[in-house]
Design a protein around this ligand. Structure first.
Ligand code: AMP
Length: 460
């Protein structure tokens, strides 16, 4: 039987201690199956989705292999989107706390090129990024991969869908043939097999159970009449009152329209889709994950790869025509030991989609009508937190502790009323409990942070 204890792995004691401090008590199935093989130096072709713990699986393998005394890029992680690259870097940094001086650099498109050149001069040990931008650096020779020992392709199927095949192959041309290659993909189309054959050597095939545990996710389908989608959604929110919900639409225009309609009805809803600028996307994700927005309205493309913890409900405003995508969507709730709620709206004419889902998940679906729902008069679903945006970030050497310090030292604000702090290159965001938002805003905008003045804005 495969051991699930991290202690069974041949890792340095301080590394194991750090994993324990992250409260990772045992390995997830993908970790238990892949880590022993990765640590032996083999290539792997693994089927793993977001939420499976795949990032830690390759991150532990990658960090274990680094020689920190050599200031060269030894590992490269390619991701389809900047959001995923940011999340991978975060997880790598958390795990790398056990190895002092590990330099991890994120290189993605959609951000200025110049500052990345400066960061590359410090010779990062690990580079995480999107294929287009990585290739650009390779072509300008600002990034060199001749000492590369490990390549990771994360969400490879998604990268191929996005047309990165050629870029990936050109990047691989610029690295040594003798290396370890880890390929992670949620699905296994033929192109994945082909790319694996082209770039891997005798990979170990690892697949873990993809379907969710039904007992953790309560799934209900609501039959609606034409034109009743938004109204039914509001009634559903009033009935179930989920603190946070991820609402899926099939088209980006629908995301924006729905979020506008929900604002008008007093809900705090933010849309996430491909037309947003990078800064807007960052803000939307920050606000949703720090609980200052109750509803994230997204397309599948925008939501792919996001690591959003504790979503109480996933709501399919419109059913996906693809049952596999449906299963992937609802897997965003009921993570870890939490119970999840998955609600889908459908019209009579979409019965065939229900049949496909039922066949795919190999169990019947529960159908209800809106009449069974209890609407509540004057009910408001108000998010518990408010986000304050600060005009300084990593480049200003601002750290979470500085912001926390500015809010709590010499004031009577208790630290527990302050939530998540997110630091970006030029901006920082702090979540504070709604009742103290005004006071916190005043402290930060009138006072100093790290003996400096910053502009502060309350995000709506
Ligand atoms: P991923 O599938 O890589 O997106 O990871 C999903 C989440 O699970 C991340 O927030 C990780 O920090 C967390 N995680 C990864 N490995 C473990 C583990 N062994 N135990 C508990 N949580 C984990």
């Amino acid at each position: 039987m495969t051991s699930t204890a991290f202690l069974s792995l041949p890792l340095a004691p301080e590394f194991l201690k750090n994993i324990e401090s992250l409260d990772y008590q045992k390995m997830t199935p993908i970790q238990a199956h892949s880590l022993p093989v990765i640590l032996k130096g083999r290539d792997i072709l693994a089927q793993a989705k977001t939420g499976s713990g795949k990032t830690a699986a390759f991150a532990i393998g990658l960090l274990h292999k680094l020689n920190i005394r050599i200031y060269r890029t030894q590992s490269l992680v390619l991701c389809p989107t900047r959001e995923l690259a940011d999340q991978v870097s975060k997880e790598l940094r958390r795990l790398a706390r056990a190895i002092p001086n590990t330099k991890i650099l994120t290189l993605c498109g959609g951000t200025a090129f110049g500052p990345q050149l400066g960061s590359l001069e410090h010779h990062p040990h690990v580079v995480v990024g999107t294929p287009g931008r990585i290739l650009k650096h390779l072509e300008k020779a600002s990034l060199k991969l001749n000492s590369l020992k490990m390549l990771v392709l994360d969400e490879a199927d998604r990268m191929l869908d996005m047309g990165f095949h050629e870029d990936i192959m050109r990047i691989i041309d610029k690295m040594p043939k003798r290396r370890q290659t880890l390929l992670f993909s949620a699905t296994y189309p033929d192109e994945i097999q082909e790319i694996s054959q082209a770039i891997q050597i005798d990979p170990v095939d690892i697949r873990v159970e993809a379907l969710h545990d039904d007992k953790k996710i309560k799934q209900v389908f609501y039959r609606i009449e034409k034109g009743a989608r938004t109204k039914t959604l509001v009634t559903l929110l009033e009935h179930y009152r989920p603190e946070s919900s991820l609402v899926f639409c099939n088209r980006k225009q629908q995301c924006q329209e729905l979020s506008n309609a929900l604002w008008e009805q007093g809900f705090h809803a933010l849309a996430l889709h491909g037309d947003l600028e990078q800064k807007e996307r960052d803000q939307v994700l920050v606000q949703f994950s720090n609980k200052s927005s109750s509803l994230l309205i997204a397309t599948d493309v925008a939501a792919r790869g996001l690591d959003i913890k504790n979503v109480n409900a996933v709501i399919n405003f419109e059913l996906s025509p693809d049952p596999e995508i449906h299963i992937h969507r609802i897997g965003r709730t009921g993570r870890a030991d939490n119970k999840g709620l998955a609600i889908s709206l459908f019209m009579e004419s979409e019965n065939y989609k229900l049949d496909a889902i039922s066949a795919f998940q190999d169990s019947p679906v529960t159908i209800k009508t809106g009449e069974s729902l209890k609407a509540r008069e004057n009910f408001k679903l108000s998010p518990p937190m408010v986000t304050l945006a600060i005009s300084g970030g990593r480049k200003d050497k601002l750290r979470a502790g500085d912001i926390l310090g500015a809010l709590t030292s010499s004031t009577n604000l208790p630290g527990k009323q302050i939530g998540k702090i997110d630091i970006f290159d030029n901006l920082a965001y702090v979540a504070v409990q709604r009742p103290i938002a005004k006071q916190a805003f005043k402290i930060l905008s009138e006072g100093n942070i790290k003996a400096r003045k910053f502009k502060v804005k309350k995000l709506r």
